[in-house]
Ligand binder design. Sequence first.
Ligand code: C2E
Ligand code: CA
Ligand code: CA
Ligand code: CA
Length: 279
Amino acid sequence: AKSVGRNTYAHYSPALEARASERLEMRNQLHHAIARNELILHYQPKVSMRTGEIIGAEALIRWNSAERGMISPAQFIPLAEESGLIVPIGEWVLRSACAQAMRWQRLGLPPMIMAVNLSPRQFRQGDLRERLRQILADTGLRPEHLELEVTESAIMENAASAIRLLGDIHDMGVHLAIDDFGTGYSSLAYLKQLPVSILKVDQSFVKGLTSEADDAAIVTAIIAMAKSLRLAVTAEGVETLEQLEALKKLGCDNYQGYFFSRPVPAGEFTALLRHTASP
Ligand code: C2E
Ligand code: CA
Ligand code: CA
Ligand code: CA
């Protein structure tokens, strides 16, 4: 509290200051993480309820920091978002995930859809369309083999421009999914205007599906609504056979979760693909 007004002294505390400098240090380390090859992607299978086959993968970032060890995205994505580092990091994620999808195709494994998370800030980035086009051109991945996951809140920050952007991305042939559906701002009125084809039911609802009447009601309603809007539904966070069977009964199309597999490094995912690929 140096150059700020007198009133702010009341808020000064050594603990706050320590936390601020800790964040600054982490931010500097994160800044170097790309160049130091400390970022890696893990992949979680997306599985068809009907066939039990892997139909896609969600790329999930991890930071293997020299100073701090393995750090989960819940810890550093908010920091990356706030500092703007999410833009180069997000670009790295997109490029790496597309390149990996191509590697799997070249191994002769059945083509599947690679899903990548887009943060709100990336979503507001003016040149996202061009960047996407460039990455697809550079890696050779066909747009139909890419899916972008966007949260409701990212869309609702500026619904009008989001609808235009999503429309352009959809026109390129890239699939769009709404992530964490049901947890954000209600965008039901917009839903029919959005060129998305997939709703991802948030794992918090899946968790209580077989034990809490409220969660069961929410999941039932989301799936019914998605079906009537002709959207595909992916459930996330499926951990038990009971949850899987309940979701199947409700007409859910695809699922992800520890029940099938945790997110795993590319090498392990290759083994999973080889095991479950149909001959
Ligand atoms: P998300 O997109 O909702 O991803 C799902 C999270 O649930 C992942 O956590 C995944 O590991 C975890 N998960 C999957 N199956 C289960 C399950 O059966 N049970 C439980 N308890 N958890 C499960 P993770 O990898 O720690 O990622 C957390 C969040 O960080 C993601 O939530 C996403 O919002 C963000 N994130 C991860 N990678 C990226 C990225 O490359 N870019 C951006 N912008 N955000 C990312
Ligand atoms: Ca996601
Ligand atoms: Ca999610
Ligand atoms: Ca989430």
